[in-house]
Each structure stands twice: as structure tokens, then as C-alpha cells.
Design a protein around this ligand. Structure first.
Ligand SMILES: *Cc1c(COP(=O)(O)O)cnc(C)c1O
Length: 543
């Protein structure tokens, strides 16, 4: 076969550059066939097909084929890789902070991949670049930034958003690190329930994890302000430069919300007191919590959407912190978490666009790019090529939901969470550990028949003479977890999750908890009741 014969086949595997209605429908049909094959993997269980454990040793032996394949064969093969993947929208899974994705956001990803715009420069992305600017404007307004003054770019994940925050802060605290390298006296602050990406970022930026100062949290999982003040003062007295204070608004597991307003006030007063010639940068890691901003101007008294009183309380409780997001110098937002878009769709917002200019490279370093055009984020982004998928997926969902839709979907998952807690609290065998928390994660424990669950929680938490009891009940809850998920595997019940250390007791022992993370609009009252029923059933079986 000459290469020309092969080229024929190759051309068939591309969408046609010039309209060809027959081939265009072949393309659409190929997509539909792929989707059909995926749909065929759906059963009543919350994962596709069956769970097959991958042979990673065999995978290492994979070789490139000698000859070409076809669209049909490759499609079929690709679909097989989805076997066993969790259907995150399924009402019978309450496992993790992975969002189900909407149809418009999927179309956004497809469109942005189809013609491959590159957001480095509007010359390469045309109006897709505009989508990035529009999402930035909408989100700025939502959290309370002035869209005229603010700016933002999509980046490679929530981790990337915090990286930008710390990088800008480092440049402010220690000017010209871009050229001279990172000095040894730069420090970064984060709470101990903040995301571990802070450790990654400080190490990758050359600040070093030894210079990441981790501040303990209160029982509400909020940064302890007294200890933060103490450590900030110590750092300044020791001649350190505060590169960034990371405030977490919505910790991953417990939805702890740092008191951003107080942190900003603290920063401002220390700038005066220590006569700093820079303002320590405050980055809000709100990759989870940002979405709650839609409730900033919700009338909780009139409650036009008809949420239950407990839901109202939880939403208002989260809002009292989230409404101050605009006080942060930069904010991280994940549309792929509480925005129901596919990975990766992460936006870092910067209150004052001049901060982003700090990251600009000189044009001489990029001789073949950016000679004209109006929009050239590639002059300061870490990435060179940037996909249009994130912005188009985010834009799709913001347009789809509007404020009303986001309120309804978040309100619903909070409502289901509150309902779960209500049901768990309605039984003597179960107790909620994070009852005052405003998010959609519920951490709870079950106890054997005969244990006084009204007393035991406090006793095990603060009284070291209960150590054996705590440890025994840790094992007990792991058994409950095994039972509940084994049942779910058989189509009876709901998949939940567990954590080996919800918190440590006052005497240093980890507390194991059962965990429900609700993020699907399909979860409803009966699924929540099923969780409780299954835990109680496990209790009967285990004893
Ligand atoms: C998920 C998460 C991150 C990391 O975001 P990725 O998008 O996974 O990179 C950072 N901070 C918090 C609070 C998170 O929950």
C-alpha cells in the first residue's frame, strides 16, 4: 500500500475542513455511536458496566500498532476504558467532591476541542478568548470584584489558581524574584485543613515547604485567628517576607470557611504596625465555596425559592463568610467542582489586574508571538498553549443556570445534606460529627446497640480514659462502611465514603468517620433515607 492509500483513510478520520454534508453526518454519527455505547454501559448501579481492576503491569507492555485502525474500532476501544467509572450524578453515590457535568458544558468542551482555539492569544482563539473575558467579568461581579479593575485567566486546576496567588504575592513581597530567584526569607501561611496543594506550590516555586507555615484550625475547621496573628507577628519580627496568606473558603472535606474579613483586617493592621513597604497578598482558595456567592443577595426572610428552615440557616451561615470574598487580592474558582463543568475548568480572579502584570515576561523572550491583537494573556500565563475547553464549559453553565439555577442546585444539595443529618440525628444509634457545618459533606458515626450516643461523642473526644472505646468504635465504623458499600455494590443502597481521621481527639487519637458528600442534583429524600436505613441495618448485622 502506498502512502497515498493510507492518506485516504487518514482524511476520513478528520472532520472535513470544507463542508461535505455526507461526511459531516458521518462525523455526527460517529459521536452519537460513541455516546450510545457509553449509555449501553448504564445499569441501575452508580458506575458504568462493571468494575474491572486494571492490569497495570500488562499496560506497560503496550506497543504502537503497525497499521492503521478506524474511527469505529478506536471508538469501541475507547469506550471500554469507561468500564467501572463512577456515575457521579447517580443518586446512589455520595462519595466525593466530583461533580456531574451538564450537557451544555460538555458541548462547550467539544466545540473548543473541535477547532482547537488556543487562548494564549486572540489571534489563535478569536471570540473564544472573549468567552474567557466574559466568564471573568460575570464571576468577578458575582463575588463582588469591580469587573473594570479585575482580571482573570483559566489555568490548570484549583492548584493552578493558588499557584498564581502565591506567585503574585511572592513578587509583591520580594520584587524581582522573577529575575533573581526566590529569596530564603519568604513565607506562606495556610490553615491545617487548607488544601495540600499549598505544599506543592511552595516547593515548586522554590519557597520550600519549610517556609509554609500551617496554622491550626478551630473545631469549625476555620483558621485560628489568634494563632495566625501570633505566627504572622513572629515571622515579621524575624525579618521574614510574607509572600501570601492563603484563606480557604470551603475546605475540601469539611467546608470550613476561614474568616477572610478578619484576616484582611489583621493584615492591614500589621502593615501599619510594622511599616511594611509591601502589602502581604491574600489569596482566597474558594474553589469550592465561590458558588455560594449566588446567595449573597438572596432574601433569606422571604425565601422565594422555598427552602426548608435548616437549609436557609446553612446557606445564610456560609454566606456570612463568602460575601467577603471580594476583600481578597485574588480568588480561585473551580467550575469543575461546584460549577458542574468537566475537568479542567479553573479560573483565578485577580482583584486588580496590575497584579497579573507582575508576572509578565518581556516581549523579547517571545519573539514569534503577540505582535498584534487585543488580548494576549500568553504574555503572563504559566502555560503557553491554553485550551478553550475550560472557559467554554464554564460559560455554558453560567448561561444555563443563571443565578436562579445555581441557587436551586446548590440549595437542593444543601437541603439533602440537612435532611440526611436530620434523619441521622433521629436515631439513637447514629450521631453527626459536623452538625453545625454549612456544606454538603456529612461526617457521622454509628455505635453499637446499648451505647449512649448522647454522651459518647464528647467522652471519646476529650477523655483519654475512653481511648479503647474510641479505637473499638473506629473499627466498628470501618465495618459499617464495608457493609454499606458491599450492599450498594449489589444494588441495595447508596455508596458512601469514609475518612480515617475526621479530627484528632484532644489526646491525639484519630477519629474515623463515615462520610456522605452530596453533589448530585439527582439525590433526593429517599436516597438520603436509604443511607440511614443501610447504616442501621449494618448495625443490626454487625452487632
Ligand atoms: C480541590 C481543591 C483544590 C485543588 O484543586 P484541583 O482543581 O484539584 O487542582 C484546592 N483547594 C481546595 C480547597 C480544593 O477543594
Amino acid at each position: 500500500m502506498t502512502y497515498r492509500n493510507i492518506l485516504e483513510k487518514i482524511r476520513l478520520a478528520f472532520p472535513q475542513p470544507i463542508s461535505d454534508t455526507i461526511h459531516d453526518s458521518y462525523f455526527v454519527h460517529s459521536m452519537m455511536r460513541a455516546l450510545d455505547q457509553v449509555d449501553a454501559l448504564k445499569t441501575h448501579l452508580p458506575f458504568l458496566g462493571s468494575i474491572i481492576h486494571g492490569d497495570f503491569e500488562a499496560a506497560k507492555q503496550t506497543k504502537l500498532a503497525d497499521t492503521m485502525s478506524s474511527v469505529e474500532v478506536v471508538t469501541k476501544e475507547l469506550v471500554s476504558y469507561l468500564e467501572g467509572v463512577t456515575i457521579f450524578g447517580h443518586p446512589r453515590t455520595q462519595q466525593n467532591v466530583v461533580a456531574p457535568t451538564t450537557i451544555p458544558s460538555l458541548i462547550g468542551v467539544l466545540l473548543a476541542s473541535l477547532h482547537n482555539p488556543n487562548l494564549a492569544w486572540d489571534e489563535f482563539s478569536r471570540l473564544v478568548a472573549l468567552a474567557e473575558v466574559e466568564v471573568t467579568a460575570m464571576t468577578s461581579q458575582l463575588i463582588g470584584y469591580d469587573p473594570e479593575q479585575a482580571s482573570g485567566v483559566f489555568t490548570f486546576g484549583g492548584t493552578g489558581t493558588t499557584l498564581y496567588g502565591v506567585k503574585m504575592g511572592l513578587e509583591k513581597a520580594c520584587p524581582e524574584t522573577m529575575q533573581k530567584g526566590t529569596p530564603e526569607n519568604a513565607v506562606v501561611f495556610v490553615s491545617d485543613t487548607g488544601h495540600y496543594c499549598a505544599a506543592n506550590i511552595t516547593s515548586w516555586l522554590g519557597i520550600g515547604t519549610d517556609n509554609l507555615i500551617t496554622i491550626p484550625t478551630t473545631v469549625e475547621n476555620e483558621i485560628d485567628l489568634k494563632l495566625l496573628e501570633q505566627e504572622l507577628r513572629k515571622a515579621l519580627t524575624d525579618g521574614k517576607k510574607i509572600a501570601t496568606i492563603i484563606a480557604t473558603l470551603g475546605t475540601t472535606d469539611a467546608f470550613g470557611l476561614d474568616n477572610l474579613k478578619q484576616i484582611v483586617m489583621l493584615r492591614d493592621s500589621l502593615v501599619d504596625e510594622f511599616e511594611l513597604d509591601y502589602q502581604p497578598h491574600i489569596h482566597a482558595d474558594a474553589v469550592i465555596g465561590w458558588a455560594w456567592s449566588v446567595f449573597n443577595d438572596y432574601d433569606f426572610e422571604v425565601n422565594p425559592l422555598g427552602f426548608r428552615p435548616r437549609t436557609i440557616r446553612a446557606l445564610a451561615g456560609a454566606c456570612r463568610r463568602i460575601r467577603h470574598l471580594s476583600l481578597a487580592d485574588s480568588v480561585g474558582i473551580d467550575f469543575h467542582k461546584t460549577g458542574f463543568a468537566p475537568y479542567i475548568s479553573s479560573l483565578v480572579l485577580v482583584k486588580d489586574q496590575v497584579d497579573l502584570d507582575l508576572l509578565k515576561r518581556s516581549p523579547e523572550q517571545m519573539p514569534y508571538l503577540y505582535h498584534f491583537g487585543q488580548y494576549r494573556p500568553g504574555m503572563f500565563t504559566l502555560e503557553t498553549s491554553r485550551a478553550g475547553t475550560g472557559p467554554l464549559a464554564a460559560l455554558a453553565n453560567l448561561k444555563l443556570f443563571g443565578e436562579e439555577g445555581l441557587r436551586a442546585i446548590l440549595g437542593h444539595i444543601v437541603e439533602m445534606t440537612q435532611l440526611l443529618r436530620e434523619h441521622l440525628e433521629g436515631h439513637e444509634g447514629t450521631t453527626v460529627l459536623n452538625r453545625g457545618n454549612f456544606g454538603t459533606v456529612t461526617l457521622f458515626r454509628a455505635y453499637p446497640v446499648g451505647v449512649d450516643t448522647f454522651e459518647i461523642k464528647r467522652q471519646e473526644f476529650e477523655d483519654a480514659t475512653y481511648r479503647d472505646s474510641l479505637i473499638a468504635h473506629n473499627t466498628y465504623n470501618q465495618e459499617i462502611f464495608q457493609y454499606v458499600n458491599a450492599e450498594a455494590m449489589e444494588g441495595r443502597g447508596v455508596f458512601i465514603s469514609t475518612t480515617d481521621c475526621y479530627r484528632k481527639t484532644t489526646y491525639g487519637e484519630p477519629i474515623v468517620a463515615l462520610k456522605s458528600f452530596i453533589l448530585s442534583p439527582f439525590v433526593d429524600e429517599e436516597d438520603v433515607k436509604t443511607v440511614v436505613a443501610k447504616v442501621l441495618e449494618a448495625r443490626e448485622v454487625i452487632g
